[in-house]
Design a protein around this ligand. Structure first.
Ligand SMILES: Cc1cc2nc3c(=O)[nH]c(=O)nc-3n(C[C@H](O)[C@H](O)[C@H](O)COP(=O)(O)O)c2cc1C
Length: 339
């Protein structure tokens, strides 16, 4: 038996395989209320039937002004728990574990209302100038993350992933490109990391289950953080109770990322070894053998799959067959899979 279909445990949660559905915005809350819709129920259930070990729900806003768009999923209000809880229950009944990506878009929010950021620097010249967060508003957002984590617990999620990548608010604090503050939340890397560390500590008061952080381990800018900074960041957040670093890249500036198969795997490997923490590899991984080799060579611990799972909801079943692995297929579909 290979690694891709081996069980994997973090804290008290055991995933049936190492395949993770990477968080992907669906922009499908058509009433703009942040509540789960039929689209989410169908979309995520298909991947659970397809035997994904861990499904991480898309970037989900911890406050209305933290939404990327008005159609984002939200977890800022208790009324949003019920829909999430029903969805988690359905995905559990098909054997998947379920995560939620907690997010605040900061200066990249496109809700048409005021936007907030560590500094009043717009993402591009065409985008609105954000309002610089004062200390009380920073504390309020940290508390929003904590309350969101409490709601995630009530909804039955198994994993929380913090969106610390792609130029959203947490990343805006970490990066010297977007953080020009002169108080305790700006300046050197320890100060720029303070916002994330305080969020993690607040969440750890209410959340005992696995906690992941997604980072952009390459900011593609000589002025930005580099991989050595991210190794340091990984070490620091591990001390605060983070279990895994999901290694993505880019997004804090408008530069287009040049991608090629496996383009971000190197960051997962470096952070895993140098910070001695579990990592997730993501980015144009769509081949069974590649995924298997990443795990066998201990380059990363989990394989995050994005677009390939949009194309093929049954990707795990398909690649299990390719790797000649035993995999339980829903009995309704057994005749299609000649195991
Ligand atoms: C439609 C779409 C929506 C996405 N939304 C998110 C998101 O909500 N949060 C996030 O961290 N990444 C998001 N991403 C990035 C993916 O999670 C993933 O990191 C990226 O697509 C690279 O992996 P892939 O080559 O397997 O697709 C999105 C990607 C796509 C294609």
């Amino acid at each position: 038996m290979g690694e891709l279909f081996s069980e994997y445990q973090i804290r008290d949660v055991t995933f049936k395989n190492r395949i993770v559905m990477s968080p992907m915005c669906m922009y499908s809350c058509f009433n703009q209320d942040g509540k789960v819709t039929d689209w989410h129920r169908l979309h995520y259930s298909s991947r659970a039937v397809g035997q994904v070990g861990l499904i991480i729900l898309e970037s989900t806003a911890v406050s209305p002004s933290g939404r990327i768009s008005l159609e984002d999923l939200g977890i800022w209000d208790n009324s949003q728990i019920e829909g999430l809880k029903n969805l988690v229950g359905t995905l559990h009944s098909h054997g998947s574990k379920v995560g939620i990506q907690l997010s605040h878009a900061g200066r990249k929010s496109r809700t048409g209302s005021s936007i907030f950021a560590p500094a009043s620097i717009p993402f591009t010249d065409e985008r609105p100038v954000p309002i610089e967060l004062d200390i009380s508003k920073i504390k309020e957002i940290i508390n929003d993350f904590k309350l969101a984590a409490k709601r995630a617990d009530e909804a039955g999620f198994d994993v929380i992933e913090l969106h610390g990548a792609h130029g959203y608010l947490i990343h805006q604090f970490i990066s010297p490109i977007s953080n020009k503050r002169t108080d305790q939340y700006g300046g050197n890397l320890d100060n720029r990391l303070r916002f994330l560390k305080e969020i993690i500590s607040a969440i750890r008061e209410v959340w005992l289950k696995p906690l992941f952080v997604r980072v952009s381990a390459n900011e593609y800018d000589p002025e930005g953080n580099d991989i050595e900074d991210y190794i340091y960041i990984a070490k620091e957040v591990k001390k605060c109770g983070v279990d895994l670093i999901d290694c993505s890249s880019g997004g804090v500036n408008p530069k287009k990322v040049k991608s090629y198969p496996g383009y971000q795997i190197q960051y997962a490997e470096k952070i895993k070894f140098e910070a001695n923490i579990r990592t997730g590899a993501v980015g144009l991984i769509s081949n069974a053998m590649d995924a298997e080799l990443i795990l066998q060579n201990e380059v990363a611990d989990l394989i995050f799959i994005g677009r390939e799972l949009l194309r093929q909801p049954n990707w795990p079943i398909i690649v299990a067959k390719e790797l000649r692995e035993e995999l339980s297929v829903p009995k309704q579909y057994k005749r299609a899979w000649n195991f």
